[in-house]
Design a binder for this molecule. Structure first.
Ligand SMILES: [Zn+2]
Length: 479
C-alpha cells in the first residue's frame, strides 16, 4: 500500500472521528462517569452471583426444557430477584419437552476385524432425535465431509447411517474466532440429519463440535423443518469419528446403534422478568439477560449459568449501590434457548407493538471467559457514543469495542432484527467449546473473577445505555 493511500485513509478516518465526536457531544450533557466507576468496583467485589451460580448448578443441576429442574431454577431466580426488591413477573411460554433415553453404539464389522470383535463408541443423541427400533439398528456407515459429498454419494445412503465428518477448526478458536469455527462445523449438526433423512438414511451421526478431545460427545439441537422426516441422530466423540473415517478407507464399516429418546407434549415454562425501575422513564427498557435452561448432560455452568447469573448480578450490583438509571434496567432469564427459543418468541410477541420502548438488549451467552469488552450490533455513529462506557472498564482490561452486524445472542435476535441495538460482553471464547454441551460443563470450569468481569461489563454498559439522554439510533442487524 502506498504512503498517499495510507495518508488518505488517515485523513478520512480522522475527519469521521471528529464529526462523530461532535455529534456525540450534541446528544446531551456528559454523563456522571463516577457512577460508572462505582458500578465497576462494586461488580468486581460481587460474591452474590457466584453463590447463586453455585446453587443453580450444584443443587438444581441440568435444566433442559420440560424438566423439573428448569421449573425449580425459574422459581429460585424469581425469588432471588424479589428479595433484591426488583419488580418480578413470570412470562409463560410452552416449551418442547424432549427427553434423552439409552444411547449405545458399537462397530460390529469393518475391514481387518478379528472374528467376534466389536468396538464400543462414545456418542450422545442430538436434541430432536427420534428413537431407533427398540432393539437398535445395524447398518453401514457412509462417511461424508460436506454436503457436496453427500449429494455425490446419494445413491448409497438409503437404509444406511450417514456420518458427517466436519472438524471444528481449533486453529480459528485458538485465535479468538471460535464462534466462526462453531458456525462452520455447526451447520452439519443443524441441517445434516434432515438432509440425510431426505435421502432415506436410517440414522445420522455428526462429529462432535468442539476443540478439546477427551472423547467427549457434545450434544446440541438439530433442526427438522415442517415436511422433514425426523430420524435417530447423535453426536459422536471426535476420536470415534476419526476411527470410523480411517477404517472406512479400507472398506465397509457396519455399526449397531440404539437411541431411545422421546418427544413428550410441550410443557409449561416461563421467562423470569425483573425490572429495576428507572427514575425518569420507567416505561423504557434496557435488557440484561442470559438463558436459564441448559442441556441435560451436565449442569450448564458455562452455558449459560454464567451468563444468566452475570445478568442477575447487574441488578444486585445496582441494588447494593442504590442506583436507579434514567430508564428501567430489565433483567430477563430466558427459558428454552437451547432447543426452541420459545422464551425469546414469547417476549418478542409481548413487546412487538411497543418496540420504541425497547431501548437496547444485552445477552451473555458465550461462556465463562474473561470479559474483554463489548460486542455491539449498532450503527457506526453509535460507536463514539459508547466510548465512555468502555473507558470505565479500562481498569479491568475490558476496553475492546467490536461492532458487528450479527446476532449478539439467540434470545435477543428477534429484537435486533426489529431494530433494537444488541450487545453482548465480548468474552475470551478460546476454550468455550472444549466443554460446550458436554457432560463436563460443570461449576469447576468457571473462574469467579471472570464471572465478575462479565457482571462489571454488563452493569456499566446497561447503566450507561439506560442513562443516555437520547437512546442510540435503531439498527437492524442479524445475519
Ligand atoms: Zn447458551
Amino acid at each position: 500500500m502506498s504512503v498517499s493511500v495510507l495518508l488518505g485513509c488517515w485523513l478520512f478516518s480522522s475527519q469521521i472521528a471528529g464529526s462523530l465526536a461532535a455529534e456525540a457531544s450534541a446528544a446531551g450533557p456528559a454523563m456522571d462517569e463516577t457512577a460508572l466507576d462505582q458500578i465497576r468496583e462494586a461488580a468486581m467485589a460481587d460474591d452474590w452471583a457466584w453463590q447463586r451460580l453455585s446453587e443453580l448448578t450444584d443443587r438444581i443441576g441440568p435444566r433442559l426444557s420440560g424438566s423439573t429442574q428448569l421449573t425449580a431454577a425459574i422459581a429460585q431466580m424469581a425469588d432471588a430477584m424479589r428479595s433484591l426488591g426488583a419488580n418480578v413477573s413470570l412470562q409463560p411460554a410452552k416449551v418442547p419437552h424432549w427427553v434423552r433415553g439409552e444411547e449405545q453404539a458399537e462397530l460390529v464389522d469393518y475391514p481387518g476385524r478379528p472374528a467376534g470383535a466389536s468396538q464400543r463408541l462414545h456418542l450422545t443423541a442430538l436434541g430432536g432425535s427420534t428413537s431407533t427400533p427398540a432393539k437398535g439398528l445395524t447398518a453401514r456407515v457412509i462417511v461424508v465431509h460436506d454436503m457436496a459429498e453427500l449429494k455425490a454419494r446419494a445413491a448409497e445412503v438409503r437404509g444406511n447411517i450417514v456420518l458427517f465428518e466436519a472438524k471444528f477448526d481449533q486453529r480459528l478458536a485458538d485465535n479468538g474466532e471460535s464462534m466462526e469455527a462453531y458456525r462452520q462445523a455447526g451447520q452439519y449438526r443443524f441441517v445434516g440429519p434432515a438432509a440425510a433423512s431426505a435421502l432415506g438414511a436410517s440414522a445420522a451421526l455428526v462429529r462432535s463440535i468442539g476443540g478439546a478431545d477427551f472423547r467427549l460427545p457434545h450434544t446440541g439441537l438439530t433442526r427438522f423443518k415442517e415436511g422433514d422426516t425426523p430420524l435417530p441422530c447423535a453426536a459422536l466423540a471426535a476420536e470415534d469419528a476419526d476411527l470410523i473415517t480411517r477404517l472406512a478407507r479400507n472398506g465397509p464399516v457396519t455399526l449397531y446403534l440404539l437411541l431411545t429418546p422421546k418427544t413428550l407434549p410441550d410443557a409449561d415454562s416461563d421467562n423470569v422478568i425483573a425490572d429495576w425501575t428507572g427514575r425518569e422513564k420507567p416505561g423504557e427498557y434496557v435488557i440484561v439477560s442470559g438463558h436459564l435452561d441448559s442441556w441435560d448432560l451436565a449442569t450448564g455452568a458455562t452455558d449459560d449459568g454464567v451468563g444468566v447469573m452475570a445478568a442477575a448480578g447487574v441488578i444486585e450490583t445496582l441494588q447494593r449501590l442504590n442506583l436507579h438509571a434514567r430508564r428501567t434496567i430489565r433483567f430477563i432469564a430466558w427459558t428454552n434457548e437451547e432447543n426452541g427459543t420459545r422464551g425469546s418468541q414469547a417476549y418478542f410477541a409481548s413487546v412487538k407493538n411497543s418496540l420504541q420502548d425497547q431501548i437496547a438488549a444485552i445477552e451473555s451467552d458465550a461462556g465463562a471467559g474473561r470479559s474483554l469488552g463489548v460486542g455491539a450490533a449498532v450503527n457506526l455513529v453509535s460507536l463514539d457514543t459508547l466510548r465512555p462506557a468502555l473507558r470505565a472498564l479500562a481498569p479491568i482490561g475490558a476496553t475492546a469495542l467490536s461492532r458487528s452486524d450479527g446476532e449478539m445472542g439467540a434470545d435477543i435476535a428477534p429484537l435486533q432484527e426489529a431494530g433494537v441495538p444488541g450487545f453482548a460482553p465480548l468474552v475470551d471464547t478460546r476454550h468455550y467449546f472444549d466443554y460446550h454441551h458436554t457432560a463436563a460443563d460443570t461449576l469447576d470450569k468457571v473462574d469467579p473473577q471472570n464471572l465478575r468481569s462479565q457482571i462489571a461489563t454488563m452493569a456499566v454498559l446497561a447503566y450507561y445505555l439506560a442513562e443516555l439522554q437520547d437512546p442510540l439510533p435503531r439498527f437492524k442487524s442479524v445475519d
